[in-house]
Design a protein around this ligand. Sequence first.
Ligand SMILES: [Zn+2]
Ligand SMILES: [Zn+2]
Length: 284
Amino acid sequence: MTATFHGVRGSTPCHGSDIVRYGGNTSCVSLQIPGADPILLDLGTGLRYFGAMQPIGKPFRGTCLLSHLHWDHIQGLPFFAPLLTHGAEVKIHAPSQDDGTTVEKVFGDTIRPPLFPIHLAMLPGKISYSEVGDSEFVIDGAGAGDIHVMSRVIPHVGRTVGYRIDWNGVSIAYISDHQQPCDGSLVASEGALELCRGVDVLIHDAQYTPEEFARKCDWGHCTVDFAVWLAAEAGVERLALFHHDPAHDDDMMDRIVSEAVVAGKAMGVDVFGAAEGITIAVGS
Ligand SMILES: [Zn+2]
Ligand SMILES: [Zn+2]
């Protein structure tokens, strides 16, 4: 299994000569298992670039594991060019909403005039939806066999889930947005620990420095230190710092990542900073 980062920013896309090394697109990661259709983790603006890499002429088929419905995690969907082809299919798993509104209705109410030129349902490709909470389900990997998925509700702002994907003895967890307790304590929910326990790779929220967290402690995110602690606590092999704050330029990111690498090493976790365009092998 490989994971490719197409967008690694949190909150809002950003650009400029000072962020070119980590990139400015919002959350989107693709997982590729040989013989299986791609699995997308979120649909942020990085999705447009994943779409541009897809072969022309063969209708796209894939699955999305969506963490939640905040803009930075869905904004790429109307610009996903493979949906302009008849026969294309994307199945979106997303958290059910507290007020009972279906995920299909949320998307339909968001991607439509006057907010967007056309209604999402007018795209030639087909989108289907499946709602999740604390769930387990299987994605048919065709020749690659079954792909096991676990979702768990994660503290953030609004209904949010994280995912764990297990296939053929390798595992990856994705928790893009994760509220740390506001007093800064190092405590995680049982669900978050379940997702992370013993995985080969954890992709995790790393939005704030301790100073930023002190000012924004209830904005739904956590510190880099919290991400490293959680990875160590759950026995994670490799941690990808993710959902970088849009105000963090490349030099600041280098400092944050190098400090986290040292902290991770002391706790037995191999840490790196997720950057746009990089592909990693999971579990080998
Ligand atoms: Zn986010
Ligand atoms: Zn969010």
